[in-house]
Write a protein that binds this ligand. Structure first.
Ligand code: MN
Length: 231
């Protein structure tokens, strides 16, 4: 096989305790999956899960111990942080039942669903797709993936985000409206999941703007921390 130009290499995320890396296939995101965040965005918090996607090459890898640099994106004056648990799929499938979901999970990571909130809000008002607000370059920072068997307590873990050392978001994974297994069940009805898919499971309350020069520290108990600086 020859190509008219060299194909892009796969986007790869480090795996804790392994020299193998996790090649990303697709990035799925869940909207409004914590009650208090749904309320702060003006919604009831009681609705079926809904999904949007980011391109795989929107991933910004923050390797362990490294503060990754995120360029401040174009067109926005209101770049928001959303700290999220990321579920990494290792075994694909469609119509996966919640009771079987665990067998499809490779591991977990800390992620940031960075959002051009002003553009997302404009698109919402006009009933247009969110892509420009959500799926831009470097919009999906992610830390190293920890294999699932090393984090048995993930369902009750604490999740938090600090900006310049100050608390911004703080919650627990057990406050997800649609838990990890239910999210996989619902998502796999709509798309055939593949090894390499990652799911950003939604953010708790406290989303707010970041500015050039800000440093973000995102943590979930049992997982590798994620550090980025916006420049
Ligand atoms: Mn989000």
């Amino acid at each position: 096989m020859s190509y008219v130009f060299p194909p892009a290499p796969p986007v790869c995320v480090p795996v804790v305790g392994s020299t193998n890396t996790f090649a990303v296939h697709r990035i799925y995101c869940v909207g409004r999956n914590y009650v208090e965040h749904a309320q702060e965005m003006g919604h009831s918090g009681r609705e079926a899960p809904f999904f949007f996607m980011k391109p795989a090459d929107a991933v910004l890898v923050a390797a362990p111990g490294v503060t990754a640099v995120m360029p401040y994106p174009s067109l926005t004056h209101n770049l928001h942080h959303e700290v999220e648990l990321v579920v990494a799929i290792g075994v694909g499938g469609s119509n996966i039942r919640a009771a079987d979901a665990a067998a499809h999970i490779f591991g977990y990571a800390v992620g940031l669903d960075m959002t051009r909130r002003d553009l997302q809000n404009d698109m919402k008002k006009q009933g247009r797709p969110w892509c420009i607000g959500k799926g831009f370059d470097h919009s999906a920072p992610i830390g190293a993936i920890t294999p699932a068997n090393q984090v048995p307590g993930i369902a009750d873990a604490a999740i938090r985000l600090q900006v310049n050392g100050q608390d911004r978001q703080r919650s627990t994974i057990n406050k997800l409206i649609w838990n990890i297994a239910e999210t996989i069940e619902q998502l796999s009805m709509a798309w055939t999941l593949q090894p390499g898919d990652v799911i950003y499971t939604g953010t708790p309350e406290g989303v707010a703007a970041v500015l050039r020069g800000d440093t973000l520290a995102a943590d979930i108990d049992g997982l590798q921390s994620l550090h980025i600086r916006v420049e």
